[in-house]
Design a protein around this ligand. Structure first.
Ligand SMILES: Cc1cc2nc3c(=O)[nH]c(=O)nc-3n(C[C@H](O)[C@H](O)[C@H](O)COP(=O)(O)OP(=O)(O)OC[C@H]3O[C@@H](n4cnc5c(N)ncnc54)[C@H](O)[C@@H]3O)c2cc1C
Length: 414
């Protein structure tokens, strides 16, 4: 069965990036058929609130109401996953047995959590967090949990640790690496965050491996290489892997993500684009190809592909990466990409809670991490987007906010 007579755009994945593609297509005047295949039964929603709020009831983080899709003639097929793509025939087959033709295919399949490689990970009350359903399950478990072990000291683990703490549970974070957020932020910010979490009553065990989770049906304890932790709830966040199997099975180039060019087109088939968490792409802020997992990246990539398919002049993807993580009362924000940086300078703001870390590569500012300092984060985004570089001497003893004001006064920069 073929469901549409005119082939238009088929988007696989009803998440942040898929939504950005289809909303941009229609906003840009594209009037051919637009179909979204969404594996989950829910309207497209935002994931960030899932780890930042304590969910007790049906949380709704929907991006837009259902009427948005209806009014724009977007064929949103909830609960019908794409199971195969035939790039020669240009059709997608869905789990319900429908074959949908496409002129352009956009893969926006996101990522999945890496499984916890420990015996006992299959017990009740051991959970990972990615979907709305996961968040509701964890929220329900938190209403009774007293001893929570969070495996993984990354963004999601640290956010959940604070959510569990706010519910009054005893919380221990177990992290294999010697530091929290070991690859994501500078050592200075890692240390600062550790202190802040410990002050909030979260116990942090770095350099510690989980050996097993024990219990009969429910969790009783977590066995680590440095001792046993009592637990009645285990949540883990130990990284994600791109959902790129549909692309791989279709014969498209894949290597820890769908490999695309600077215009986000598959390097194997120019009618196929990949956006968001599932795409590995060139980026002017990186050396080589990168795969980014952030709302900014998903939104900006989706918009770029939507405009391109709707007929605007092709432009490469060059958006400045930025990210945030709310961990209790700590707001961490990152602008730029901290890869192969050589020096990090620190500035403290006008209160002890504020901190900024400036990372340089070859004496050029490439990334800025801030804690509870949104104004400095915004100044960083503006300066990193400008072509005028910032070197260490420009910043010595000062802040980007002050540098921006000085440059404006001197008639330099925006
Ligand atoms: C708990 C959590 C908290 C986060 N917090 C932040 C934050 O604070 N700041 C930030 O910048 N980023 C955050 N992120 C990351 C951000 O949410 C992701 O980078 C973003 O959602 C990526 O968008 P996407 O569309 O690529 O993938 P997703 O939003 O994951 O959407 C992909 C969708 O595709 C569907 N799908 C997969 N395969 C198929 C198929 N074959 N057929 C049909 N559908 C399919 C999936 O079910 C999924 O719904 C967080 C992520 C999580 C999980």
């Amino acid at each position: 069965m073929t469901s549409a007579s005119t082939a238009g755009v088929v988007v696989v994945g009803g998440g942040q990036a898929g939504f950005s593609v289809v909303s941009t297509l229609r906003a840009s005047g594209y009037d051919s058929p637009v179909t979204v295949l969404a594996a989950e039964p829910h309207l497209p929603y935002q994931r960030p609130p899932l780890s930042k709020k304590a969910h007790t009831d049906a949380v709704r983080a929907e991006l837009v109401p259902e009427s948005f899709y209806r009014e724009r003639d977007i064929d949103l097929r909830l609960g019908d996953a794409a199971i195969s793509v035939d790039t020669a025939a240009r059709t997608v087959t869905t789990a319900s047995g429908t074959h949908i033709p496409y002129e352009h295919l956009v893969l926006a399949t996101g990522a999945r959590n890496r499984p916890l490689p420990a015996p006992g990970a299959e017990l009740d009350s051991v959970h990972a967090l990615r979907s709305l359903d996961d968040a509701l399950t964890i929220g329900q478990a938190l209403t009774t949990a007293r001893e929570v072990v969070v495996v993984g000291g990354g963004f999601i683990g640290l956010e959940l640790a604070q959510v569990a703490r706010a519910r009054g549970a005893q919380v221990t974070v177990v992290e294999l690496a010697d530091r929290l957020l070991s690859r994501a932020v500078s050592p200075q910010v890692q240390e600062h965050l550790r202190e802040r979490h410990e002050q909030a009553g979260v116990r942090i065990l770095t350099g510690t491996a989980v050996r097993a989770i024990e219990g009969t049906k429910h969790v009783r304890r977590v066995v680590t290489d440095r001792g046993v932790l009592p637990a009645d709830l285990v949540v883990y966040g130990i990284g994600a892997a791109p959902r790129d199997e549909l692309a791989r099975d279709a014969g498209l180039a894949v290597d820890d993500g769908v490999i695309v060019d600077a215009h986000l087109r598959s390097i194997t088939d120019p009618r196929v684009f990949a956006v968001g968490d599932c795409a590995r792409h060139p980026h002017p802020y990186a050396e080589g190809l990168v795969r980014l997992e952030s709302v900014q990246n998903a939104t900006d990539q989706g918009a770029l592909v939507g405009r391109r398919i709707a007929g605007s002049t092709p432009v490469p993807y060059t958006s400045l990466p930025w990210f945030w993580s709310d961990q209790g009362d700590i707001k961490l924000q990152i602008a730029g990409l901290r890869m192969n940086t050589d020096d990090v300078y620190l500035a403290t703001g006008d209160s002890p809670e504020r901190l900024a870390a400036y990372a340089f590569r070859d004496d050029r500012l490439v990334a800025v991490e801030t804690l509870n300092w949104p104004a400095e984060h915004l100044a960083a985004r503006r300066l990193l987007e400008q072509s005028a570089p910032v070197c260490a001497a420009d910043l010595a003893g000062s802040t980007l906010g002050a540098l921006t004001r000085a440059r404006r006064a001197a008639g330099v920069g925006g």
